[in-house]
Ligand binder design. Sequence first.
Ligand SMILES: Cc1cc2nc3c(=O)[nH]c(=O)nc-3n(C[C@H](O)[C@H](O)[C@H](O)COP(=O)(O)OP(=O)(O)OC[C@H]3O[C@@H](n4cnc5c(N)ncnc54)[C@H](O)[C@@H]3O)c2cc1C
Length: 401
Amino acid sequence: MDGIVIIGAGESGTRAAFALREAGYRGSITLVGTEPHLPYERPPLSKTVDGAVQLKLICAADALDAVGITYLKGLSATRLDADAATVTISDGRILHYEKLLLTTGARPRRLACPGAERALDFRTHADAEAIFSNVAPGRSVAIIGAGLIGMELAAVLRGRNVAVSAIEAAPKPLGRAVPARFAEKLHARHVAEGVRFHLDRGVAAIGEDGVTLTDGSVVPADLVVSAIGVLPDIALAEAAGLATGNGILTDAYLRTSVPNIYAAGDCAAVAEPGGGHIRYESWRNARTQAETAARNMAGNAEAFAAIPWFWSDQYDLGLQVAGQPQPAHQPVRRLMPAGELEFYLDDGRLVAAAGLGIGNSLAKDIKLAELLIAAGVSPSPAALADPNVNLKMLLKSARAA
Ligand SMILES: Cc1cc2nc3c(=O)[nH]c(=O)nc-3n(C[C@H](O)[C@H](O)[C@H](O)COP(=O)(O)OP(=O)(O)OC[C@H]3O[C@@H](n4cnc5c(N)ncnc54)[C@H](O)[C@@H]3O)c2cc1C
């Protein structure tokens, strides 16, 4: 038996390797990863402790050995032959597989302007080292892209007394995934912390002294970081003839268009019940899809159905979003001692919730909101808005009904 080969040793690939063992899979498991480290968590890269970049490992080498996972560190899969069920590795060896999991993640979107090569990316531990080893109090950094990663970086740099300019093509920062109310609050906090925003403007060129914007103005900077989003890493799958779009297309069971090949995490675009495919870029999604894919590779038939959830830390504020709030949803606000929650109703049904508060103070409430969303309840807006109405009680009565 050729066993299972996993390409990509990030959150998803590594979690899948362990989940295969937890699901009782006894064949060989080979995990192939381009990066020169043991598998590590990406979120801590933009949440430095005392200004230092953390390399928080997902697992130690011993843990991989203990359950018989072979880790090919610092090696890439360069070719996939789906007919022969083989993968060629960058050191020349050819791996045969019984089943294959693609967890190749995502890579930074690139700027196309003159001087784009001067901008540093922010995706890997090496990228984080390159950024943080080049900043010091009094120096200036221009961050292109005011999304979650760019704004987390801005917060960390302001904490180190680095001058930060944020350049964003949209009229507001954090417009993509963060509910408007919380995006505004975070924006205001960044302004109060001294981040200078250049909104609604594109980048014309990057030079030695900084960034020239499309309106001709120049944002001076010692260092430029590009944080304009990521693209799913589909090259291997595409070259092998697998169906791709905005990611490697899978069905609800995380099976690709080719039998015995699965995909999970940032690289996977998963079929939705109502049609179409959806791709997420979040830590928990990478884990939960990995676990579902692993169980299915081990013989189960489980449709992926987790509620999306992500968090972001900026300054002392913690944001959490469960479900997918849409502008068309009815928002219901609940003020809390350490922040605020917002619930989102679709035709009366609770479909999403978000919270912004000090540190992790709203984590329990968001967890309960997730359970309420999963239960498919339609609580009264008045109950949701009232901080004296215990969400646990709402859940209990929903379950009893
Ligand atoms: C700085 C930063 C902060 C973040 N903070 C948060 C946060 O606060 N909250 C949150 O929810 N999410 C956060 N995320 C997003 C989260 O980390 C990702 O969604 C998650 O890491 C995705 O995991 P993945 O395994 O799918 O992909 P990745 O982590 O991208 O891992 C894929 C791996 O596959 C490797 N690979 C690709 N091609 C090949 C190949 N051909 N052969 C071998 N290996 C290959 C890549 O080198 C990479 O190591 C953050 C991301 C970054 C970069």
